[in-house]
Design a protein around this ligand. Structure first.
Ligand code: PEP
Ligand code: MG
Length: 850
């Protein structure tokens, strides 16, 4: 059987089947294909064939091609219940049709009101073969190529024939942007390929997005450190991929989103549950830290009026013109503002400009206008659909990007209503702004000189407002809850955006004490910066080493700038990613040697390849796995591909001076794996003529390794606890799962007791014990880890000065006490509540970076 090309039977937006809110279609139980969100009201034949199924309800139709393949089209979801209302068949059962013939006319407006969803699956049913090509994540018109189905044998032949070309057009990369693909990087991505002809899409976790659509890119839900596949087709595809890759692998600028003091830690940063209290003098509201800091001032209340709009439109043409006009006005204003802005404020404006031109938002808005709605209603509906999609990702960081869309909604609605954006309120000096929510454009319009702090009822820790506030050095608390609305103008406030508290009308004495604390904080920050290059000791002299987690030579340089005392984890798999083939033994050795030199004699812990699981490598195909996180990963992969392991070991063993490097094994579950690698180290040493021994340590990142730590400690020279995986495997929560992200907290008492057991076993055998997972940089966790016996913390370079400063103010006794208490708490949240309070308040240390 030969290939079959299907053209689009509808005009609309083509989306992956996974987005259809019906498990039968989304799960491909009937067949494979795409779903179209229709803009027109006629369904056309996507290929030649006979009408073999046309139910009385006329909500679906199936064609059979001359080669016996069936193509099913199902108009909307749950439309069988309409009993045929709104559908008119233009063909009869058994009738032969040609590509492009009209099949069914339907009432789009009625479907929009009555169907569960308008998404219309177009499926190839049965037949031994696969879809070799499908167009999705973009607008489609009737008659343009939508999919290509190839029979089983031909699919394999083609794949083989095209290998070279396909490699050139698809690349998997790690997203280095700390907060993942949120609004600004999405805008940069769309801008990066603006001049290219190629069709480019990004793929992650079964989702795909047109790389020209900022909204679609954001709804991919890709987080920092995650993997994304770039696919491109067209004459300049390789260059387009390079352009995308350059944006994805650029680290976020420090001031905007990488600042450790403003960036969230690996765990949720809510300090305590939101609990509105009656607003009597001295009341304390609790919220989430958006931008760390401390301020004393008086309330300036911001109230925002809703923009009124009509639902019904005055005709398609008129409303489309109106929307164009309003968007042009907003574009003009943004372009004007851009020329005066700098830093994060300029980036936010860029993101808004990109959103304004977003093809997905435009298509959706026009679709609502096509259904008889006004321009304002259509724009608001299009924005709110995307806001809902972002929130549905369950990823707090992405949900917070919805602020930018809401901001743009308001700007366009104001332009439609012929109103200017309201002038920013004049602020008194030392004002603490009180609002339900604050949009980025509103913050940019305020006089930062007079703004001492920001308190919002809503918002999130990584929303643009929080990022902008942190960049401007303005302390901010968000998610304070509705009680914020009860604060009256000019009330005295203490904003403690370190402990997450807002003190309302606290009285003269507390205000004075707060001012004194502000002074101390300023001094503390200056000390912290200066002290970062010194070795790290606790207040009682206990030595704690703070090292860096790195993945490249550039990371090593950043580590040294930030006062790292060595490298506690070199993730060597990152040297293998973003390449077409594995680095040779010589390339590896040279890179390790360069890193060792940058570290200037300080320890370099080289972890053997941790590929598999969430870190696949294209050119090292692993067997297809049902559940990769529980399959060939880490040391298991190395022992399965001993050739790769041997090469890597030889490269590490050749690094000079011999004593600088140590080897760390990921995903260990028993001592047999450790022995197997040691035997290969002995053999490899012989080959490279090395006689000096090398320290060999194991990652404790599976519950098994923690439980048999005593056995492992007899043979492993050191332990490094990978709290990211240890939490994942102990709590049975996928570390990439968006809905579980907030609950996947390494401070869970179960994880802590495994850490305690590990540290005890290590000490029993005189072995060093480090933590190199995300918990090491978490100010609420570091004291507890030290209290449990950890003496080395390894974290991202930017977090090092803050971690060192925090440790310098702790005593071992304090940490041991917190650790004992942590182990008997009921939940991770309860453990977080034990976290040390800021200095000046209780005499306890402030969190890192405060
Ligand atoms: C960990 O699991 O905590 C760890 C440090 O390893 P990775 O994050 O590379 O899996
Ligand atoms: Mg790990």
């Amino acid at each position: 059987m030969s290939a079959l090309v299907l053209v689009s039977p509808l005009a609309g937006w083509s989306t992956p089947l996974e987005e259809v809110p019906d498990t039968v279609f989304a799960g491909r139980m009937l067949g494979d294909g795409v779903a179209i969100d229709p803009l027109g009201s006629t369904l056309y034949a996507p290929c030649d064939g006979d009408v073999v199924l046309l139910p009385e309800t006329r909500h679906a139709v199936t064609l059979r091609t001359a080669r016996g393949l069936e193509v099913l089209m199902h108009l909307g979801i749950d439309t069988v219940g309409l009993g045929g209302e709104g559908f008119e068949a233009l063909v009869a059962l058994g009738q032969p049709v040609r590509t492009g013939d009209a099949l069914i006319r339907f009432d789009l407006d009625l479907l929009a009101r009555r169907a569960r969803s308008l998404l219309t699956p177009i499926l190839v049913v049965g037949g031994e073969g696969t879809l070799a090509r499908r167009v999705q994540g973009c607008a489609v018109t009737v008659g343009e190529v939508l999919m290509e189905w190839v029979p089983a044998g031909a699919a394999a032949d083609r794949a083989a024939a095209r290998t070279g070309a396909r490699e050139a057009r698809s690349r998997t990369v790690r997203v280095a942007l700390e907060h993942g693909i949120h609004a600004r990087p999405a805008a940069q991505l769309a801008a990066a390929i603006a001049g290219f002809e190629a069709e480019v899409s990004l793929h992650a976790a079964g989702r795909q997005a047109n790389a020209r659509s900022v909204v679609a890119l954001m709804t991919l839900g890709v987080r920092g450190g995650g993997q994304v596949e770039i696919r491109a087709a067209g004459p300049d595809a390789p260059a387009a991929i390079e352009a995308i890759e350059a944006v994805l692998s650029a680290a976020a600028p420090a001031a905007a989103s990488n600042t450790p003091s403003s960036a969230p830690t690996s765990a949720p940063v809510r300090v305590a549950p939101v609990q509105p209290e009656p607003l009597r003098p001295g009341a304390v509201l609790r919220g989430v830290v958006g931008s760390r800091g401390f301020a004393v001032g008086r309330a300036a209340v911001l109230r925002v009026r809703e923009v009124a709009l009509e639902e019904a439109g005055g005709g398609c043409e008129h409303e489309t013109r109106e929307l164009d006009r309003a968007q042009a006005l907003v574009r003009g204003a943004l372009e004007q503002a851009r020329s005066d802005a700098a830093g994060p404020a300029a980036e936010v404006i860029e993101a808004h400009l990109a959103l304004l031109a977003d093809p997905h938002l435009q298509t959706r808005a026009l679709s609502w206008i096509g259904r008889g709605k006004s321009a304002g209603y259509a724009w608001r509906a299009a924005i709110r659909e995307s806001v809902a999609a972002l929130r549905a990702l369950g990823d707090a960081r992405m949900a917070e990007r919805a602020d930018d869309l809401t901001d743009l909604e308001r700007q366009v609605l104001l332009a439609l209503a012929g109103e200017q954006a309201p002038a920013s309120p004049a602020l008194p000096c030392g004002a603490i702004l009180i609002a339900r929510e604050l949009l980025p454009s509103q913050l940019v319009g305020l006089d930062a000189e007079r703004l001492a702090g920001i308190c919002l009822a809503a918002g999130g820790a990584t929303s643009h407002v929080s990022i902008l506030a942190a960049a401007a050095g303005i302390p901010a608390l968000v998610a304070l809850g509705p009680a914020v609305a009860e604060i009256v103008e000019d009330t005295a406030l203490i904003l403690d955006a370190e402990a997450g508290e807002l003190h309302v009308d606290p009285g003269e004495r507390r205000v004075e004490a707060a001012r004194a604390r502000m002074m101390r904080n300023a001094e503390r920050r200056a000390r912290e910066r200066q002290a970062a290059q010194r070795e790290c000791r606790m207040a009682d002299g206990t030595r704690i080493e703070v090292l860096a987690n790195i993945g490249s030579l550039a990371d090593a340089e950043a580590a040294m700038r930030n006062g790292a005392e060595g490298c506690g984890l070199l993730r060597t798999e990152f040297l293998f990613l973003e390449r077409r083939q594995a680095p040779s033994e010589t390339e590896q050795r040279d890179e390790y040697q360069r890193i060792a030199r940058v570290l200037a004699g300080k320890p370099l812990t080289i972890r053997t390849l941790d590929i598999g699981g969430d870190k696949p490598i294209d050119y090292l195909p692993l067997p297809q796995e049902e559940n990769p996180a529980l399959g060939l990963r880490g040391v298991r992969t190395s022992l399965w591909r001993e050739d790769l392991l041997d090469e890597q070991l030889r490269a590490v063993l050749a690094v000079e001076p011999a004593g600088q490097c140590r080897i760390l094994l990921p995903m260990i579950t028993d001592v047999v794996e450790l022995r197997a690698v040691r035997a290969r180290i002995v053999a490899a040493s012989r080959l490279v003529g090395r006689t000096a021994p090398i320290e060999l340590g194991v990652m404790i990142e599976t519950p098994a390794s923690a439980l048999i730590a005593e056995v492992l400690a007899r043979e492993a020279e050191f332990f490094s606890i990978g709290t990211n995986d240890l939490a994942q495997y102990t709590l049975a929560m996928d570390r990439g799962h968006p809905q579980l992200a907030a609950r996947l907290d390494g401070l869970h008492p179960a994880v802590l007791s495994l850490i305690a057991r590990t540290a005890e076993a290590a000490h029993g055998h005189g072995r060093g014990v480090a933590v190199c997972g995300g918990l090491a940089a978490d100010p609420a966790a570091a004291p507890i880890l030290i209290g449990l016996g950890v003496r080395e913390l390894s974290c991202v370079p930017a977090a090092i000065p803050g971690v060192k400063a925090l440790i310098g103010e702790l005593t071992l006794e304090q940490c041991k006490r917190w650790a004992r208490e942590a182990l008997v708490q009921e939940s991770a949240e309860a453990v977080r509540r034990l976290s040390p309070a800021p200095a000046g308040k209780t005499g306890e240390p402030a969190p890192a970076g405060a």
